[in-house]
Write a protein that binds this ligand. Structure first.
Ligand SMILES: [Zn+2]
Length: 216
């Protein structure tokens, strides 16, 4: 279910580390407010673009996997593939119940916070604080990235089912002793496809399967 997403996330993890480390090479004498603004804008712009590319790749795969799963459950594909930039922008532009924010506004908030921390560390010529700010910003960006990657996969999966006329889906929780109470209580439950509850927490790897067509 999340195999390609996990592979792409591994790439992003390395990229994030590399990108945020890049900001660590500047000497305090080189850093002024306009420079910090410029560098952080460029950084987040690159990371947003890298994320988008991979979210889209994972979503396209999830969509076609979902169609294949639905077809195996005796549904027939009716719609056309429409996982594209417009689709992704709509997903990222919507309020997200699990993260509790809007993707791009949150990226801008994180960027401003990082710029402020870089300025502060520079004022005090405090290298450890500066590096710690970069490290923390990288971790926060990673969390946001990982969350939205899974979200894109989940949304594309549901769209794939919908395009095959699936109306009901079954919640599947991987029962391994590490699952949370909410996820465990949902295991096996059937939901209307347009009424699936939002995931209870970040990094939830529960997934949905189409319920076999009645009388099909
Ligand atoms: Zn879960």
């Amino acid at each position: 279910m999340y195999r390609l997403a996990d592979k792409l996330l591994e790439q992003l993890k390395k990229l994030i580390r590399r990108e945020f480390n890049r900001l660590g090479i500047f000497g305090f004498d080189e850093l002024n407010a306009p420079r910090i603004t410029r560098e952080t804008i460029a950084l987040y712009d690159r990371m947003l673009a890298e994320n988008k590319k991979r979210f889209l790749e994972a979503a396209k795969k999830a969509y076609s996997d979902a169609v294949a799963t639905a077809v195996a459950a005796e549904y027939r594909e009716q719609g056309a593939m429409r996982i594209d930039d417009v689709w992704l922008d709509a997903l990222l532009g919507a309020y997200n119940f699990v993260s509790g924010f809007l993707y791009e506004s949150e990226a801008e908030r994180k960027r401003l916070r990082l710029a402020e921390q870089m300025m502060t560390a520079r004022e005090y010529q405090n290298r450890p604080l500066y590096n710690e700010s970069l490290r923390r910003a990288a971790n926060l960006w990673w969390t946001q990235t990982a969350h939205y990657m899974l979200d894109a996969v989940d949304a594309a999966t549901l769209d794939g089912y919908r395009d095959c006329g699936v109306e009901k889906v079954k919640w599947i929780t991987n029962i391994d002793g590490k699952e949370c109470i909410t996820c465990r209580s949902r295991h096996g439950k059937v939901y209307d496809i347009d009424n699936v509850p939002p995931k209870a927490h970040r990094n939830c790897r529960c997934y949905l399967l189409p319920v076999k067509k009645e009388g099909g």
